[in-house]
Write a protein of this length. Structure first.
Length: 202
């Protein structure tokens, strides 16, 4: 685990023992151990059971592109669709009540907890040409596999607000002071791209 990841663990919003209690209460699972493994936009916890290892994900804070709890249901349905179609994906685990997402309250804010099967692997900061090709091929297969997917749950529209403007607002909020030059470059580039696309669509 990198130094950055170790530092981020101190920012985890829920103690592992609390996550363990929530998972044992909501899922039909007997847990041997629960430990925080990464904290970023979401907190991740390794759940070890008698049969296998699992990962619990807790949403740390609301995101501009996630405005409804139904969008988490969309995500779970899509992951199951990929898994059932033979495309490797991290499949979610059902709760006792048949759902996939547990609402937990942290500092008077409701946040989502979901449980997934653990896929072992190692992070690589740099990829060879062959590895990049395999990665690109896997992503392309995933996109092709989702073409027939239809969901009863609503999802945000992938318009310019979602693709460019909202992410830029989020970046400015986080990094406007410490990385001003980089942020200014991104904002200017985003504005140019948005105007170009707008002119094409008109």
């Amino acid at each position: 685990m990198s130094e950055r990841n170790l530092h981020n663990l101190s920012l985890a919003t829920v103690l592992p023992k609390s996550v363990r209690g929530i998972v044992e209460n909501s899922y039909d699972i007997e847990i041997l151990n629960c430990s925080a493994i990464f904290s970023g936009d979401n907190d991740f916890y390794l759940i070890e059971t008698f049969q296998e290892s699992l990962v619990a994900r807790v949403g740390c804070s609301p995101r501009p592109w996630l405005t409804s709890w139904k969008e988490y249901d969309f995500e779970m349905e899509l992951l199951n669709f990929l898994e059932n179609g033979g495309i490797k994906a991290v499949s979610p685990i059902r709760k006792k009540d048949g759902g996939y997402v547990e609402k937990i309250e942290i500092n008077e804010v409701e946040r989502p907890l979901a449980l997934f099967h653990f896929i072992n692997g190692k992070r690589k900061d740099e990829l060879s040409d062959a590895e990049s090709y395999k990665y690109g091929k896997a992503v392309a297969n995933m996109h092709r596999g989702t073409e027939p997917f239809r969901s009863v749950w609503p999802r945000f529209e992938t318009d310019l607000d979602f693709l460019i403007r909202n992410p830029l607002d989020y970046i400015q909020e986080l990094w406007s002071d410490e990385k001003k030059n980089e942020v200014d470059f991104l904002v200017n580039a985003g504005g140019t791209i948005s105007m170009s696309i707008d002119s094409i669509l008109k």
